[in-house]
Design a protein around this ligand. Sequence first.
Ligand SMILES: Nc1ncnc2c1ncn2[C@@H]1O[C@H](COP(=O)(O)OP(=O)(O)OP(=O)(O)O)[C@@H](O)[C@H]1O
Ligand SMILES: [Mg+2]
Length: 357
Amino acid sequence: MTRMEQAMDHGTTVQQDAPRTSLATLEERARARPEAFGRTSLIVCESLVRIYQAEGIEVQALQGLDLLVDEGEMIAVVGASGSGKSTLLSVLSGLDVPTAGNVRVGEWDLMTMTARERVEYRRSTVGFVWQQTARNLVPYLTAAENVALPMALAGRPRKQRRTEADALLDVLGVGYCADRRPGQMSGGEQQRVAIAVGLANAPRVLFADEPTGELDTATSADVLEAMRAVNRDLGTTVVVVTHDPGVSDHVQRTVAIRDGRTSSEVLRRTATRDDGTEHEVAEEFAVLDRAGRVQLPQEYRETLELVGRVRLTLEQSHVAVRPGHDAPAAAPTAAPTAAPTTATQGEDHPGHGRRAR
Ligand SMILES: Nc1ncnc2c1ncn2[C@@H]1O[C@H](COP(=O)(O)OP(=O)(O)OP(=O)(O)O)[C@@H](O)[C@H]1O
Ligand SMILES: [Mg+2]
């Protein structure tokens, strides 16, 4: 009997065994992958997809988003309305499960964790601040009681709760509000108390979705500075979503999301001038994702009429992107030898070819 005949003879056995082995191998490979990408990062999002179905219409809120955040970092996430910022934060805070991809925070795999683990994760690992001041605080409890509430839920002793609540309110600069109810505080004070509530059980990460959305510019700056103090003094990793264009003054890294993907990052660093004095430099980079995709800014695409097919060429130090059509539109600033839209490497050639500031 040949092997084929044997297989046909024992058809059912062979057919059941074969897929079981290959599925196990695939699962093993899938488990191994997130280890390689962002192994040392606290937060790892890899090819995150979130599709919403609303009345038969499919909305792709996240479209293969990659993001790494290191322990102790404070980053800002910016982007147009509808770009997927809140969706990302809901996923990271354990409120929502993505449609596909990998997402890990610390030792927690947010794709596979059980409902019970999800509750434990939310209680022990993450704190959350919402945009709506009213949503963050219980209106009939004082500031100190609001901060002590999550501590009580975690089973901490009563005496310890009050002392720690007072200490946290002091870190946020609102110790004087301890015995006031939300209605007796300003919007900025309420948001700083809300941050203290988010930090009540000493989470590793604090997520804030537009915490300054309802505040004026000066108060916004106070709240962002309070979050920076938390990051610096308590070592908490902070991820803050905001529309506030001034946010990159407060954080080392600002990640921009466009159409459900990370499209660019602004990094801030201290540079030294020739005369030895120091100054802050902010540089904008385009983000090359795990699949090798990069988003070209709209103004570049419009200037060179880059639509559909484009020509890519590998130059010595960079990759050039040229229009695919035969008669390229005359580019006002085009250099004679290379197309102006290039994806380059290194700090001297920021991804968008321009200084952010
Ligand atoms: N529950 C839902 N059902 C259907 N579609 C949704 C749902 N939540 C969000 N979306 C859609 O997903 C996309 C991303 O929404 P998301 O709330 O993440 O955007 P955002 O960047 O936070 O915007 P904003 O700055 O306005 O808060 C939008 O097109 C939105 O309409
Ligand atoms: Mg939002």
